[in-house]
Design a protein around this ligand. Structure first.
Ligand code: TA6
Length: 296
């Protein structure tokens, strides 16, 4: 049997339920947002809030939101990124996670199934270069691969920051450490954006919101509670965000049960701050993440 793909409705959002012998996934057309991913015979890898609202125009809490053409608060981005934005208040993490994408292609194969989503042209403000093509390719099997591709077909230079804002399911955040960021510089957004150096692996024992820079391939979430490691392999990304809201912020977050902070951890594959992407007319960029589970 190869893949089976069915359309299902979660409240206001049409979604695709993808079932393959090697793994299953749920993807919302809004934001082309992977909401669930579970390799065959494993615990879920991607965390989705039990209080997810599945409402039009509101990013679903959990899964892998696509942050583009900027990451975080727009005003925290450099002028080269902000130059194409309209004036006034902008949503966090860009425009595309709250807008419906188009399923362009499905490629079933023996070990995987690939779905390609395109962002509908000209669905962003007039200040943004028109001919920019945005595509997300999702490959589901024993591993989960995502590739976010931007092709600047406009006549203008385009600078962007972006992230695959992955929420991972963990047994209990105090049973977890993140390896692969040792000795990396990070910006602590909770300490006046001070720059610090990571000593050893990352433990989560308070609200944590850090942008790591100069990262390389192979970050691992080591979960001793579920005796597994979630490995995140990336290409064309030299920054990573580690976020857990902990108790108090968790209570203020939308679509977020009070104790959910214990069971989720974001490790985001990104191009932010110095790692921003500059595209001359005709240039393309690809942000790749491959997610796999190793049982200990
Ligand atoms: O990636 C970490 C972060 O920027 C946090 O500061 C927090 O705001 C999180 O993203 C979630 O943002 P959201 O807009 O989805 O609630």
């Amino acid at each position: 049997m190869s893949a089976r793909i069915s359309v299902c409705q979660h409240n206001e959002l049409p979604c695709l339920q993808v079932t393959h012998p090697q793994g299953s996934a749920l993807i919302a057309l809004q934001g082309a947002q992977v909401l669930e991913y579970t390799p065959h015979g494993q615990q879920p890898v991607i965390w989705l809030s039990e209080q997810a609202g599945f409402q039009q125009g509101q990013s679903v809490r959990g899964g892998i939101p696509v942050c583009w053409p900027w990451f975080g608060a727009a005003d925290r981005n450099p002028p080269s990124v902000r130059q194409h934005l309209p004036g006034g208040e902008q949503p966090a993490h860009g425009w595309v996670r709250n807008t419906t994408w188009v399923l362009r292609r499905v490629d079933p194969a023996a070990e995987t199934v690939t779905l390609e989503f395109g962002f509908p042209h000209r669905r962003w403000p007039a200040t943004f270069p028109e001919d920019v093509e945005l595509t997300l390719t999702v490959t589901i099997g024993a591993q989960l691969s995502l590739c976010l591709s931007t092709h600047n077909r406009s006549s203008k230079n385009l600078t962007l920051t972006q992230a695959l804002h992955s929420y991972f399911a963990v047994s209990d955040v105090d049973q977890v450490r993140v390896a692969g960021l040792e000795q990396k510089t990070y910006v602590d957004t909770l300490a006046q954006w001070e720059r610090r150096t990571q000593a050893g692996s990352v433990a989560i024992n308070a609200e944590t919101d850090r942008i790591y820079l100069g990262t390389r391939d192979g970050i691992e979430i080591i979960d001793s509670g579920w005796r597994r490691r979630i490995r995140i392999e990336s290409k064309h990304s030299a920054s990573a965000v580690v976020w857990n809201p902990w108790i108090d912020k968790g209570k203020r977050l939308s679509q977020f049960p009070d104790e959910a902070w214990r069971r989720m951890l974001c490790v985001e594959t990104a191009n932010v701050l110095e790692d921003r992407v500059e595209l001359a007319p005709g240039d393309s960029c690809h942000l790749d993440a491959r997610i796999l589970v190793v049982n200990d």
